[in-house]
Design a protein around this ligand. Structure first.
Ligand code: BGC
Length: 276
């Protein structure tokens, strides 16, 4: 199956839902770059599915003239998403838990929606366009931010919802010790934080033995201050796409969902196409 990346295809809208902002941009899938400036709107303080869908609709309307009229849209969310249903909620309203979220967006927007975990979208973007482009083996992406998000990709195919930021290490939920928000909250130096990261990444490695670990999240721009202090077998590199990764990965997935069957929702045309 060929990828929807040809330069002649119109840009595809990607939208990244976060705890403080909802960001969107049309993505040129031939390059993985934004085709227009990103729009950011504050996440509503009551971040329920309905309120968030209203903001997403504003973003879709804003870019309406720049994307295909009936084109699919990719949306990320900081939650586990199994076949369109959100199963958890990190920094967003708890009413997302067990919510038929992809369907809510589809009904609101009248378009095909691909809803995906935020770290999974970033992992896909790095494998398609970034630090792991074309990697032939096992890649793990970690995003170090408010929490720790993870994505597992083998030869470009995503194993969704890995949630390895929640590994229990030394009696702690790993992200409560090693996320970059904890570094800030506890005022840790890079050297002290790197010790916690060492413990996290050596545990992760002992369980999965990836060939390559891509380190994303805002703090990856300062990777020279902590990556050299981490000593494991796998190659570790900073993410390339930085804060565009979620939007870019979501857009790619919306256009290429049949290549990632684990994300397809039951009962949809995409599912029928897969089982035919
Ligand atoms: C959540 C993940 C999410 C990550 C990054 C974690 O706390 O459990 O679903 O990908 O934060 O936002």
């Amino acid at each position: 199956m060929s990828e929807a990346t040809a330069a002649s295809t119109p840009p595809v809208l990607g939208i990244d839902i976060g705890g403080s902002g909802i960001k969107g941009a049309p993505v040129d899938l031939s390059t993985g770059e934004f085709a227009a400036d990103r729009l950011r709107i504050d996440t509503p303080s009551a971040s329920t599915p309905e309120n968030v869908a209203d903001v997403v609709a504003q973003i879709v309307e804003h870019f309406g003239g720049q994307i295909a009229a009936d084109g699919p849209i990719g949306i990320t969310i900081p939650a586990v998403v199994t076949h369109g249903i959100t199963r958890s909620a990190a920094n967003i309203d708890k009413s997302w838990i067990n919510c038929d979220a992809e369907k809510i967006f589809e009904d609101k927007l009248g378009r095909d929606i691909l809803l995906v975990n935020d770290a999974d979208a970033a992992g896909v973007a790095e494998v398609k366009y970034g630090a792991a482009a074309g990697h032939p083996g096992l890649v793990v992406l970690t995003t170090l931010g408010t929490g720790i998000g993870t994505a597992i990709l083998y030869r470009g195919v995503l194993v969704p919802n890995s949630e390895l930021g929640h590994l229990e290490i030394d009696g702690y939920d790993a992200e409560k010790r090693a996320a970059s928000s904890i570094k800030d909250k506890e005022g840790l130096s890079y050297a002290k934080w790197a010790k916690r990261l060492q413990r996290y990444y050596e545990t992760l490695e002992a369980l999965l033995w990836p060939d390559l670990i891509v380190v994303g999240g805002g703090v990856s721009k300062d990777s020279d201050k902590f990556l050299p202090l981490i000593d494991i077998n796998a190659e570790m590199v900073p993410a390339k796409l930085r804060n565009t990764a979620g939007i870019v990965g979501a857009a790619w997935l919306a256009a290429n969902r049949l290549q990632q069957p684990a994300l397809v929702r039951e009962g949809t045309a995409a599912e029928s196409a897969l089982v035919e």
